[in-house]
Design a binder for this molecule. Sequence first.
Ligand code: AMP
Ligand code: MG
Ligand code: MG
Length: 309
Amino acid sequence: MSSASPAFLMRLMASTFSIAEKAQTIVQQVMSGGDLGIVEKTGANDLQTKADRLVQISICSSLARKFPKLTIIGEEELPSQDVDEGLIEAGQSEEVLKYSCPAQYSHIKEDEIVVWVDPLDGTKEYTEGLLDHVTVLIGIAYDGKAIAGVINQPYYNYQAGAGAVLGRTIWGVLNLGVFGIQLKEVPEGKHIIITTRSHSSRLVNDCVCAMNADEVIRVGGAGNKVIQLIEGKASAYVFASPGCKKWDTCAPEAILHAVSGKLTDIHGNPLQYHKDVKYMNSGGVLATLRNFDYYASRVPDSVKKELVP
Ligand code: AMP
Ligand code: MG
Ligand code: MG
């Protein structure tokens, strides 16, 4: 008896996994090529490089070619252009296809999904050589909710020395699990806050101070910070600023939720990911692997008042 063909969501995940691995190669190639082609978008802290551009074209075109009915929203605004065939990834991960789709998602159709693409998260850090802060984020939303995601870390292990495999791809689906990363918890009773390194403000710092932390880690990238929550390096990602967008949070949120963590705005409200939502997460970001309520309760009312969702 032949087995039934995989559910659409798992076929999409299998392709997205391969597309994220292709993105890793492009990010590395642009860096080793030496010319980053840096452009300022809204200012010196909002940059775009050749890697952001090429990876966005690669991800969006590869997905659209295979799945033409998807809604795909990418961070970068690029002129429509002929796509270099070398940027197209047509493969799919056989490993991902070994997993069955959670029953409640098995009916999902191509035209019901919104894909949120951050081709390179942590661009500022990429241009400064802080390579392990960089991730590629592909988030999958259904019915306004982040339900699955792929995060590639192109420079994972880059300081680990000879023999270490460079880069990794983490993927997860709600009610199925997360793969490609080992979950670890912060030692009991320790409060380690992780926040922005290059987009601080008075409000961001007021909120971090109110957490009464044992330690504050300042690093780039929304994807990087959520990975550090999952690996037990930080307890809460606190960002009291409207700077993050839906493509920054969709994949990390889905992966965090798939290991029973929680990502919301700073008020504790869930984020929405339907195609007409405003891109900006104007209510800020609060995320934890465990003990969400503890950190949510420490957000000052004065901060909440200034961050209207
Ligand atoms: P960060 O933690 O500073 O690396 O920010 C996480 C993500 O949100 C990155 O993709 C940033 O580019 C984006 N982001 C945060 N704050 C701002 C801002 N003020 N302007 C533009 N992008 C921002
Ligand atoms: Mg980003
Ligand atoms: Mg980006």
